[in-house]
Design a protein around this ligand. Structure first.
Ligand SMILES: *[C@@H]1O[C@H](CO)[C@@H](O)[C@H](O)[C@H]1NC(C)=O
Ligand SMILES: *[C@@H]1O[C@H](CO)[C@@H](O)[C@H](O)[C@H]1NC(C)=O
Ligand SMILES: *[C@@H]1O[C@H](CO)[C@@H](O)[C@H](O)[C@H]1NC(C)=O
Length: 320
């Protein structure tokens, strides 16, 4: 009597519409033959009221089937957790649980896997069960042309890094990728080719392909490695410094020549004016007191000139 009451109660709750149960599938999946695809899926069981509390119905059976709207009854399934001896197709692995995750993984994809797959959940008494009829479409392709994407646009320079990725709109998870540069196979087998630091020899036409699959080879991707920015910079700096140095020494030489000439003129002027004229003597004195100041100011920058100046000025001093 008590059991019957509970059942009726449950049924009443189901009928009065606690229809919170749902199943959310991943977007349609496309996989290359031989690869592994994962159908992400989540579900929410119905709720019932027990002792005044809302609780989730306990799901005990989870099923995936192909091309059937409800997966009910004796419909053939690709996965059933209640199948005797767990004799499910080993290529179909249920990665989910009975609480809320219904993710299914299909490996070694074959033509016969192309289908719309649906998930069904059931409670113990089959009072609560649900199939979302939307399902998830699985497409299997054979030869799909691969494409190379680069992590960087524009010019690449020596010492930089770039990652080339071999892609296609269909999943090829678990399949080996072969990389070529100018037609020669490279040792890398992953979907990404990381080149760092870039060298001039990395320049070339790259292609990628799926191993053991026909008609998948990509269009060539042309990689061109330029001389590094740093190298260019140091070259420019070197040239600029060289030119500046040449200019400086030229100016220095010109200055020295000028000074020598001026000093020679002064000397002859001093010689001419030395004697009776007072003004001349004062001028000469002015030169003398002025000389050490100039001499000091230049002492660090121009050791060569300094020596020259010292000679010139001392000679002026001596004669003045
Ligand atoms: C059924 O699945 C589709 C696709 O995942 C989802 O958008 C929709 O909400 C689901 N409906 C229910 C009642 O679970
Ligand atoms: C469900 O399980 C799969 C496989 O373990 C996992 O990748 C996924 O993130 C899970 N989904 C949620 C919503 O936890
Ligand atoms: C790459 O291909 C282009 C045209 O397809 C060609 O002009 C170029 O010389 C090739 N580069 C190398 C390094 O082979």
């Amino acid at each position: 009597m008590a059991l019957w009451d509970t059942k009726v109660l449950c049924l009443m709750f189901l009928l009065t519409g606690a229809v919170s149960q749902r199943v959310i599938y991943s977007d349609p999946v496309c996989g290359v033959r031989g690869s592994t695809v994962t159908l992400l899926c989540t579900f929410t069981p119905n709720t019932v009221t027990q002792d005044g509390r809302e609780v989730l119905v306990e799901i005990i059976r989870v099923v995936w089937c192909q091309n059937h709207p409800l997966c009910q009854g004796s419909t053939p399934t690709v996965y059933d957790n209640k199948r005797l001896n767990n004799a499910n197709n080993p290529r179909y692995r249920y990665l989910g649980d009975t609480k809320g995750n219904c993710t299914l993984q299909i490996s070694g994809l074959k033509e016969e896997d192309e289908a719309t797959l649906r998930f069904r959940m059931e409670d113990e008494n089959k009072l609560s069960f649900f199939t979302n009829t939307t399902g998830v479409r699985v497409t299997v392709v054979d030869g799909t042309q691969m494409k190379i994407l680069s992590s960087r646009d524009g010019e690449l320079e020596r010492g930089e890094a770039v990652t080339l990725t071999c892609t296609t709109k269909c999943t090829f998870h678990q399949l080996e990728v072969t990389w070529f540069r100018d037609g020669h196979a490279l040792p890398d087998t992953g979907p990404s080719l990381h080149l760092s630091p870039l060298k001039a020899e990395d320049s070339g036409n790259y292609t990628c392909d799926l191993k053991n699959t026909v008609g998948t080879i990509s269009h060539p991707f042309s990689l061109n490695v330029e001389a590094g920015e740093e190298e260019q910079m140091s070259l420019i700096v070197g040239v600029v410094v060289g030119v500046l140095l040449a200019l400086c020494s030229l100016i220095l030489v010109l200055c020295i020549i000028r000074r020598k000439r001026a000093a020679d003129k002064n000397q002859s002027a001093v010689r001419e004016e030395a004697g009776p004229k007072q003004g001349g003597a004062i001028e000469a004195e002015g030169d003398v007191s002025y000389a050490p100041i100039q001499f000091k100011a230049r002492s660090q920058a121009r050791p060569v000139e300094e020596a020259d100046d010292a000679v010139i000025y001392s000679s002026v001093v001596g004669r003045g």
